[in-house]
Ligand binder design. Structure first.
Ligand SMILES: Cc1cc2nc3c(=O)[nH]c(=O)nc-3n(C[C@H](O)[C@H](O)[C@H](O)COP(=O)(O)OP(=O)(O)OC[C@H]3O[C@@H](n4cnc5c(N)ncnc54)[C@H](O)[C@@H]3O)c2cc1C
Length: 308
């Protein structure tokens, strides 16, 4: 690619947003690992996302949409192409419907924590399970984030996305196919926003639930270290963390990556871990669990880039 031409064009296409080049990604990922990306784009509105996607497609430059980087492990060799950060799209609107129903319309870059804070302020019930999940709206919808037996799909009304061809599209929940920690979307779609259907509730009940969840997370999760949440999906009938703990793998370390002593389904960065260390630990766990229990563990985290 002619870097100068790409730079000039993208900067012209994004008057409100920002474009940077050769950006190191370890400062963004919650794990604190990752090499450089060729291009990093910060659009400020949907129009800029549309223009960006059209240009990148025309130039055949691969792209990766990201939100809060809390479910991503970027390899040390980085990402060849353009990372599109949706963080600039962060509007949230609330509208009351009939019989106590309330719709929250949020842009992709808004954080789940902002929606939980709004729920607390307005005494809305439905989103308490998102307490402590550090994702963005776009990332949470893409991952069908969940906890405590509830998932994003349970409160979702519609999503707005930009298709691969650059078309804006609104889709209702009924026409979407969700699975455990995933939403099946046409390739290269970018979620620009979503609407959630909540209900007016009891302020104290919402507060108590949120406080209880926060406390349980502080007690169980190794939040004192950089991490990416649960590394593996739970296989049917048994939490992945319990299997890993039973196999005596808590505390196992490769470089500065360690299977958390506190919660076996977390890998923590003790300081200077590399992506290659984390991925080696993931492989070690997968092989051990398969060998000893015959169970195929599947990563929940997304691994971006190629191994070196
Ligand atoms: C401490 C901690 C606790 C966690 N607890 C939970 C939990 O309880 N439950 C749970 O489900 N997860 C949990 N997670 C994982 C993570 O927070 C969720 O998966 C979250 O929804 C990811 O959102 P994000 O914005 O960080 O996504 P990112 O990490 O930025 O991206 C994740 C994936 O979504 C895609 N994506 C992001 N934005 C868009 C978009 N706008 N359009 C299309 N694709 C997009 C990315 O390409 C990537 O494939 C936890 C993580 C941490 C660090």
């Amino acid at each position: 690619m002619d870097k100068d031409e790409v730079k000039r064009t993208l900067r012209k296409l994004l008057p409100a947003g920002k474009v940077v080049f050769d950006e190191s990604l370890d400062r963004y990922t919650s794990m604190g690992v990752g090499g450089r990306t060729d291009i990093m784009i910060f659009p400020e509105n949907t129009e800029e996302v549309i223009k960006t996607v059209a240009y990148l497609r025309e130039r055949e430059i691969p792209f990766l949409p990201v939100g809060n980087w809390t479910n991503l492990i970027v390899m040390d060799s980085g990402y060849r192409g353009a990372v599109i950060s949706l963080k600039g799209l962060r509007n949230i609107e609330m509208s009351e419907k009939s019989r106590g129903a309330v719709s929250l319309r949020a842009e992709a870059g808004a954080s789940l924590s902002e929606l939980v804070a709004l729920s607390l302020r307005e005494a809305l019930t439905g989103m308490e399970f998102c307490t402590g999940i550090p994702g963005s709206v776009g990332g949470a919808v893409r991952m069908n984030a969940g906890a405590h037996g509830r998932e994003i799909k349970d409160v979702l009304e519609t999503i707005r996305l930009i298709t691969r061809g650059g078309e804006p599209l609104e889709m209702k929940r009924e026409s979407l196919t969700f699975a455990y920690r995933s939403l099946d979307l046409p390739e290269d779609s970018i979620i620009t926003g979503a609407s959630f259907l909540l209900k007016k509730g009891e302020k104290t009940a919402v507060e108590e639930q949120v406080a209880g969840i926060l406390q349980a997370r502080r007690e169980k999760h190794p939040l004192e270290y950089r991490n990416a949440g649960s590394i593996f999906k739970n296989p049917p009938g048994i939490p992945a963390g319990r299997i890993i703990e039973e196999l005596g793998l808590k505390g196992v370390r490769i470089g500065d990556a360690q299977i958390s002593e506190k919660h076996a389904n977390f890998i923590v960065n003790l300081g200077h871990a590399k992506a290659v260390d984390i991925v080696a630990l993931i492989d070690l766990v997968i092989k051990k669990v398969k060998g000893e229990r015959g169970i195929d563990l599947e990563p929940e985290v997304r691994i971006i880039g190629t191994g070196e």
